[in-house]
Design a protein around this ligand. Sequence first.
Ligand SMILES: *[C@@H]1O[C@H](CO)[C@@H](O)[C@H](O)[C@H]1NC(C)=O
Ligand SMILES: *[C@@H]1O[C@H](CO)[C@@H](O)[C@H](O)[C@H]1NC(C)=O
Ligand SMILES: *[C@@H]1O[C@H](CO)[C@@H](O)[C@H](O)[C@H]1NC(C)=O
Ligand SMILES: *[C@@H]1O[C@H](CO)[C@@H](O)[C@H](O)[C@H]1NC(C)=O
Ligand SMILES: *[C@@H]1O[C@H](CO)[C@@H](O)[C@H](O)[C@H]1NC(C)=O
Length: 440
Amino acid sequence: MATSSTLSLLPHLFSLALLLCISLVQGLNPKCDTSDQGSTLQVFHVSSPCSPFRPSEPLSWEESVLQMQAKDQARLQYFSSLVGTGRKSFVPVASGRQIIQSPTYIVRAKVGTPAQTFLLAMDTSNDAAWIPCTGCLGCSSAFFAADKSTSFKTLGCQAPQCKQVPKPTCTANACSFNLTYGGSSIAANLSQDNITLADDSIPYYTFGCIQKTTGSSVPPQGLLGLGRGPLSLLSQTHNLYKSTFSYCLPSFKSPNFSGSLRLGTVGQPIRLKYTPLLKNPRRSSLYYVKLVAIKVGRKVVDIPPSALAFNPTTGAGTVIDSGTVFTRLVEPAYVAVRNEFRRRVKNVNVISLGGFDTCYSGNIVAPTVTFMFPGLNMSLGADNLLIHSTAGSISCLAMAAAPDNVNSVLNVIANMQQQNHRVLFDVPNSRLGVSRERCT
Ligand SMILES: *[C@@H]1O[C@H](CO)[C@@H](O)[C@H](O)[C@H]1NC(C)=O
Ligand SMILES: *[C@@H]1O[C@H](CO)[C@@H](O)[C@H](O)[C@H]1NC(C)=O
Ligand SMILES: *[C@@H]1O[C@H](CO)[C@@H](O)[C@H](O)[C@H]1NC(C)=O
Ligand SMILES: *[C@@H]1O[C@H](CO)[C@@H](O)[C@H](O)[C@H]1NC(C)=O
Ligand SMILES: *[C@@H]1O[C@H](CO)[C@@H](O)[C@H](O)[C@H]1NC(C)=O
């Protein structure tokens, strides 16, 4: 994720830089590089041995937990800024109000003719699709060489898609836009090319071709938003995928496992329980669900209804998100869950680590925690609840209260709690399906 400014080269060196950069696009570890098939893509955890983005020096367990928590904090701040402000909803290629989003899971996409391969960060809470393009100032080492693709096109200001971009500017009749993304700013041209996901070719795909960035928050090879706004993947491939996809996220514990992202209605599981998806017009790309209660063991814990209520105006409610790592519940809900969890564990020596306040020395037997939705109970066993230090000396309940420095009204069901489940987003029928599945 290192940012470099090594491309501040003189213009006449660009063609040389281009050749170097193409060879610098980092791919998956060849051992993991089996091909994607049909409409199903392999999904890798960013820090898995398959991923080129894993830290070169392995972090200690404490360091990696603290780092993931810090990134979650920024993401929650972002959600809060989206839903609490009363700003009119606007669904651009990429919102101008992003945060430091740490892509947790990556998928492979091919762009252009001939195809160039990228590992895009997968994000269900974002509509954005953008890729660093050749000549990009401030990008890390991955570049899409637009001039090497015979099917590439920069969209002009008259293009209807340009109207869906925030504050576009017209330079040499290219539809350009600037946005901020966490600590980064991005300048991009609205562009089109065909992309290939597994065996599916999607011609004339509209995305942002990044020309310049500052900061280091931009996912190194680009972003694939799976939100549901007008310029999102779902909207652009409606005929092909019918706004339907599912994923199975592999566990961090078996980091060389890959999960899968299955696009479209074909091959989706039939035996699933569903709960309705709710829509907040202020942030139409977020996938809200109605969490009605939480059980710890067999006990439905006592949570004030206001802590779970859906309110589009304040943004309150519950979202299911692929980019946040650890589930966050608003304070009274978290406290109720945690207290019952502690009561059942019966080990009085509770310690804390970073943002986790319910940790124990050694192993514990965790009670099941069940998120209850209309039509669906999502039961979480130890593998979705506990994070263990490598040496097995500490176990923590991997959830926390929503940070209190933000407008804390949003519950976020995060990716650790979704691991080893098939999660199906059926947008036309406005429902979310969940069932247990080993993602391997
Ligand atoms: C991209 O689209 C063009 C025109 O439709 C087509 O000729 C080409 O084969 C496509 N390339 C890929 C990689 O699918
Ligand atoms: C992006 O647009 C700028 C003008 O705004 C232009 O100079 C540049 O060449 C464009 N880049 C690509 C890859 O089309
Ligand atoms: C967008 O960013 C580019 C590059 O940093 C800058 O030259 C341009 O003035 C910016 N445009 C707007 C409208 O802010
Ligand atoms: C994961 O990697 C380890 C060590 O390379 C290997 O022993 C194990 O078989 C791998 N597991 C899978 C499912 O590929
Ligand atoms: C969820 O669990 C509750 C209580 O245990 C039960 O009453 C309800 O029928 C379950 N719902 C589904 C869809 O299984």
